[in-house]
Design a protein around this ligand. Sequence first.
Ligand SMILES: [Zn+2]
Length: 264
Amino acid sequence: EYDMIVQHIFGKDNTTADALSRYPVDLPDNNYYDSSIQQTITPPISITPSTTATKTALSTSSVKAVSLFYDNDVLYQHQNQDSHIQAIKNTRPLPANYVIDDHNVLYKIVTRKFGQRINPRYLPASLTPNVLLTYHNSTFNGAHFGIKRTFYKIRDRCYWSNMYKDIEQHILSCLNCRKNKPSRRKPDGHLQSIEPPRGVWERLAMDYVGPVPQSKSGKKYFIVLTVLFSKFVVTKAVYDNTSTTAARFLLYDVFMIYGVPSEI
Ligand SMILES: [Zn+2]
């Protein structure tokens, strides 16, 4: 049906954006219950499970269970062992940006852009590793996405102070990411030495320096021209780093004063 030729491209030459192959993905939303989470992760502290659901999640590693922080009883018990959360819960009246539900679980009230209000769970430190693993390391949700994407996923569901920093640190120290994130840049070319010139004004090199702090007249680049043989320098402060500026500099500040070199 299609007329085509299959051609092999070496991995190192295949620099197409791989992000495209990841779409579509679920965008951050307000669903507290995320049915796609099917991981069982051992809680960092031992607790007594009080419901059948929790018992199953904690004792049977092969059973696919909803992540721990989605279980109100587990969350309640972990929150109870966190002195900071306890202090907030015991404040009367409860501070305006918090809410406690029927299960005695503390939520934070967050107001987003355009006035949208959401109530993410207030996560005790003992459960943050679980969330980080679920949303970064698990195949179903995380798939080792980057810092921002992972943050957006988590912040709709959970809250803890310094969460962005923790997420950032978790991902920067993720071995899997370090090992497998391929560089999407084209490989650098090899350095090649240039023939040394035999006299002055034969071969010149030119480049822009900047942007540097802007001058009163608005100039923020230097254009620098060096004679490779004698290291004689011609330089000028300029407004931008365009080719027009470079051409004008060459014509009026170099050629018309010193003459035309054989090579730049
Ligand atoms: Zn990772």
